[in-house]
Structure formats: structure tokens, C-alpha cells
Ligand binder design. Structure first.
Ligand code: ADP
Length: 366
């Protein structure tokens, strides 16, 4: 068996489609390798252009919080290693910035396999998926971010790949149409989503391990900020740390970003040590209050209260009033406002709670 690579064909001037290559492989006994660079970033060739990379915990022991998830993963990893089998398919869901990608990278390190990162919207055709899957080695981890945005037809190809490790592909159309089966190496699919409700139930049921990541309490966020501070060489007091943690909306990514902002502020003001006073001065400039509500959160609540008597009002009306995307409101802002008790989702629309009135210092009318 010989291998042929799409990049090689392109280099020598042959532009070809996946179907053509499959036919070619059947006739000539070449194994087809297709992996367009645009939608795949392997852990080996990924450019180190993200400021998040050095901050990502590399092992479960470094991962702060989410104790139940960590314990369950430890068991699954150990069991899979003892049986010398790939890890079961895992689904991580929860709001952005809570550590889903980080857990994916930790799993690949723990299982000592390669990690292939891609995302639902970037897999447009069955050929894209086939290219990714046929290149996975035994035990590799395929991480699909925003898996709820996978096209339904592609999703159906994944079912057989996840369950029986083969791909059922249709070649040609009309009377010449025929289906071929491509055998795959056993791999682990790690799916991440902020909208688990949008995942079809056949897809959801194919994940052996299903984890919901929750917002972090300030104690864990403090630990994360301390850890980031150490990595970035920032000297900050415990109280400064707490002050940042309280404004981080239970989210490690926000905690890290706020810390970086406070560091910049301290540097410009000429301080090498960050205390609570300095941290608060920096954070006040961002207009984030002590409960972590930023300008947009407060706008959402005040729009509801000032223009719609506190609701209920439909999400599309709020989105139009604020010139914001519906899905940004639903995925980024609402979950935190709901968990903090400022907003209610009802069948008739969104409602501001008594706590929202109290927080914005507006008299509550029943
Ligand atoms: P998601 O994929 O859920 O959007 P990421 O995994 O990209 O979130 O995490 C965002 C950032 O937060 C990363 O820089 C990561 O280092 C940090 N982070 C997330 N979870 C933790 C954690 N439990 N402990 C330490 N850092 C974390």
C-alpha cells in the first residue's frame, strides 16, 4: 500500500476532489491522506500565537476546580490505559472560557496521543471530515469545538465513525452511485459546546462521558489568578487576587484577562507590586462592578426594566434594542445573569428579577 497526500498533488498542479481521490485509491491501492491546513491544527504544528497557551494547565493535577469532572476523568484515563484502549468519547459543555479546550489538551497529554483541533463550522463537507478521520492514528484525540454547529449530514457520518470506527461514503450519484466503507483507527472524539441543547440526541448519546462545566467560585478563581500571576511573573497580594476573582464572572479566561489588564495598569502607573487598592483602581476603569457585571450586563437589565417594565420580553427584541447578536446574548451574557439571579427565562420571554432592580438601585414595582 502506498500513500498519497493532497498537498503533494496540489504542489504538482493536480487539483482534485475527495471523491476522485477515493476512486483513485480503489483503483491503484493508494491510501488517501487529505488534511487541508485551513481546518486542522495539530498539537505539533499549531502556531504559538495565542497568549492562552502558556497558561493552560498541562495535567489534571494542575487543573483547578471542577473536582467531580477531574475525578471521573482520572478513573476513565486510568481504566483506558490499563486496558490499552483509547479513551471513550467525551462531551464537555458549559459557557465559554471554563476550560473545555484545556481539558481536551490535558486528555491528549494524559493518554500520550496526538491532538487534532477543529471546530464544527469549519467541517463543511463529508470530504473534510473524511480527511480528518482517515489521518487519525490509533488513540488520537479529535477535538471538535462548537460541535453543535456541525452540519446534520456530517453529523450522521460521525455516528458510524464514533461507534464502529468506519466511514460509510457515497461515491458518484445517480445510477453509478455506490457506497464504500473506509476503516478508521480507533480514536477519541472530544466534543465541546456552549449549547448542549442544540446537539441532536443521537449525537449526544454516542458520547460515553458527558461533563457539564460549572462557573468557578471565587476561591478557585483566586487560585487560578495566583497561578497565572506566577507564570507571568506578576507580584500581587491575596486581597488584590480576591478583588479580581470577584469580578471574573466565575470564568478562568476572564480572570486571566483581568489580571493582564491590572498588570498593564500597574506597569503604566509605575508599580511592581499590585495591592487591592491598585487592582480596584484598574478594574474600575473597565466599569466592571464587584459582582462581575460589565457594561453590557447592566445595559441588558436596564433595557428590560426601563423600556419593557422588567419583561417578559423576547430575546430578539432585546437583541435589536442593544444591537447585539441573539446568540451572543444567549451564550455569553444570559447564563451568568441567570445563575446570579438577575434574570429569568420564561416561556413568554426574559424577565428582570427583584435582585436586578435592587442591584441597579431602581425601585421594584410588583
Ligand atoms: P473553553 O474552551 O471552555 O472556552 P479554555 O479551555 O480555552 O476554555 O480556557 C480558557 C483559559 O482559562 C485558558 O487560558 C486556560 O488556561 C484557563 N483555564 C480554564 N480552566 C482552568 C482551570 N481549571 N485551571 C486553570 N486555568 C484554567
Amino acid at each position: 500500500m502506498r500513500f498519497i497526500n493532497l498537498h503533494f498533488l496540489k504542489e504538482i498542479g493536480i487539483a482534485c476532489e475527495f471523491d476522485f481521490l477515493l476512486e483513485f485509491s480503489l483503483v491503484t491501492d493508494h491510501k488517501v491522506q487529505i488534511m487541508p491546513d485551513s481546518f486542522i491544527h495539530s498539537s505539533w504544528n499549531k502556531k504559538d500565537d495565542s497568549a492562552e497557551i502558556p497558561l493552560r494547565p498541562q495535567a489534571l493535577s494542575e487543573f483547578v476546580g471542577q473536582d467531580t469532572i477531574v475525578k471521573r476523568l482520572e478513573v476513565s484515563i486510568l481504566a483506558a490505559k490499563q486496558r490499552n484502549e483509547p479513551l471513550g468519547h467525551c462531551l464537555f459543555h458549559g459557557p465559554p472560557g471554563l476550560g473545555k479546550t484545556t481539558l481536551g489538551t490535558i486528555l491528549s497529554k494524559a493518554m500520550q496521543t496526538d491532538l487534532v483541533l477543529t471546530s464544527g463550522p469549519s467541517i463543511e463537507k463529508a470530504g473534510d471530515l473524511a480527511g480528518i478521520l482517515t489521518n487519525l492514528k490509533e488513540g488520537d484525540i479529535l477535538f471538535i469545538d462548537e460541535i453543535h454547529r456541525l452540519n446534520r449530514a456530517i453529523e450522521e457520518y460521525l455516528y458510524a465513525a464514533m461507534e464502529d470506527f468506519f466511514l460509510d461514503l457515497m461515491i458518484d450519484s445517480g445510477p453509478a452511485a455506490r457506497s464504500i466503507q473506509v476503516k478508521l483507527n480507533r480514536f477519541t472524539l472530544v466534543g465541546a459546546t456552549t449549547r448542549v441543547g442544540l446537539l441532536s440526541s443521537p449525537m449526544r448519546s454516542r458520547f460515553t462521558l458527558n461533563f457539564r462545566l460549572n462557573y468557578y467560585c471565587s476561591t478557585f478563581l483566586e487560585k487560578i489568578i495566583m497561578r497565572t500571576g506566577q507564570i507571568l511573573g506578576i507580584f500581587l497580594t491575596k486581597k488584590a487576587c480576591l478583588s479580581i476573582a470577584k469580578r471574573a464572572r466565575g470564568t478562568p479566561r476572564i480572570a486571566n484577562n483581568l489580571l493582564k489588564w491590572v498588570r498593564d495598569f500597574a506597569q503604566i502607573k509605575g508599580f511592581s507590586r499590585i495591592d487591592e487598592l491598585l487592582a480596584n483602581e484598574a478594574l474600575n476603569m473597565l466599569e466592571i462592578d464587584e459582582l462581575g457585571l460589565d457594561e453590557m450586563d447592566k445595559k441588558i437589565l436596564s433595557t428590560l426594566i426601563d423600556y419593557y417594565q422588567g419583561g417578559p420580553v423576547g430575546i430578539s427584541t432585546i437583541a435589536a434594542a442593544l444591537s447585539e447578536e441573539i446568540h451572543t446574548l444567549e451564550e455569553v451574557y444570559e447564563p451568568y445573569l441567570i445563575t446570579q439571579g438577575f434574570l429569568k427565562r420564561t416561556p413568554r420571554g426574559r424577565e428582570a428579577t427583584a435582585l436586578a432592580y435592587q442591584h441597579l438601585k431602581i425601585p421594584f414595582k410588583t
